[in-house]
Design a protein around this ligand. Sequence first.
Ligand SMILES: *Cc1c(COP(=O)(O)O)cnc(C)c1O
Length: 412
Amino acid sequence: MKGRGMHFTTTLLHGRAVETYPDHAVLPPIAQVTAFGYDSAEQQERVFAHRAPGYAYTRIGNPTVSAFERRIRELEGGSAAVACASGMAAVSLALLNILSAGDEIVAGTGLYGGTFDLFRDLERFGITVRLAPRMDEESVEPLITPRTKAVYGELIGNPRLDIMDIPRLSKLAHDHGIPLIVDATTATPYLVRPLSLGADIVVHSSSKYINGGGNSISGVIVDGGAFPWDFERFEALRPFARYGPLAYQVRLRTDLWENIGACLSPFNAYMNVVGIETLGLRMQRITENADRLAHALAALPGIRVNYPTLPDHPYHGLCQMELGGRGGGILTFRTGSRQRAFDAMKRLKYAVIASNIGDVRTLVLHPASTLYRNRTEEERSLSGVEDDTVRVSVGIEESEDLIADFTQALTS
Ligand SMILES: *Cc1c(COP(=O)(O)O)cnc(C)c1O
C-alpha cells in the first residue's frame, strides 16, 4: 500500500498525500481565486452546510491550500491539518481554540520572541500564561491548576535549543487531563513526529524549514485527533461535543479559524508544496552542516557554542534519544561582547544578516537587539539570549566554506 514502510525522503515524493492533478500535473494548480461559482443555490447551500464537498470562498477553503494541508497531515501522522497565514496565526489559533477568559496555560521559556509577545496580548483577554523555567516535570507540574487548559512548548526551543521530552511531558499533561501543544518549527517532521511520541497538537511556522526557500510566510496546525476532551472542562469545545476527540479540529476549521480569517494564500500554499518535496534533503544537509560548524566553532578561543550534539550540552542525551542524535539547523554562540558579535557578523562573507530561520542560505541574527528587544534582561536570559549571543540558521552551503568563513570572522 502506498505510504507504508517508506522512508521520509521517499514519502515526500511518493506518499499517499502526493497527488496528480488535472492534466496529470505533478503539482497542484494555483487556485488564485476569492470565490467558487455554483450551478444552483441548492448545491451551494449543501457546500456551505458542510454537507457536500466543495469550495465556496478561499477564507473557508481552497484546493491549493487543501493540497498543502494533506501533505502536512501525512508527514506529521495527524488526523487534520489547518493551514494559516503565518506561524504566529497558527500558534494563536492553536491556543485560542481551547481558551476562554479566566483560563491558564503553562508554557516553556525558551520560546520564539513573537510567542512571548503574543502571551502578553493573551493576558489582555484574561488568559494567564505561567512560564516554566525548564520544560520538565519538576518545573511544569507545580504550575498546573484546575484552570490550566494546555501545556505549550517548542520542541527545540528557538533560540535556547532546549529539547522537550515529549513522552514525559505528554504523560504529565494527560495525567492532569490537558493536552500537550508543541511548536515543532525547528525540529520539522524530518527529526521527529511529536504526535507519535504523545503530543496532541503540533504547530509549525512553515515559513521556515517546510517552505525552505525563504519565499512565503505561513503556518499550520496539526491535530492528532485522539485527545479525550472533557467537555465540562473545555467549555470552548462544548458546542462541538458530538464530535468527541475530533471536537478540536471541527471547532478550529468551522468556527475559530474561519472567523478570525487568518487563512493562507493559495500562492503561498503552492510554494510550500514545492518546497516540502526537498525537506528531507535539506534537513539532512543542514543538520550535518550545523553539527560540523558547531564543533569547529567550539574549538575557537573565547567562543561558547550552544548546539545539542556537543558533548557538554545539557540536552545532549535527549537529543540522542528523541532526535536520533541530530540537533537541527540552529546554533547559537557567545562572543564575549555585543561589539565582538556585531563585528563578526559584519565580517561574514556568506551568512546573510536576516531575521529568519530555515532558509537554504545561512542566516545570522543578533537576537537581543531584534526579536528580543522588548524583553527584560531576565526574560532574555531565560530564553537563552545574552547581549553577546549570535544565532545562526545554518544553510545548505558546503560545510568547509561555512567553517572557513565563520573562523575568519571570529578570529581576525
Ligand atoms: C518563526 C517562528 C514562529 C512564527 O512564525 P511566522 O511564520 O514568522 O509567523 C513561531 N515559532 C517558531 C519556533 C518560529 O521560529
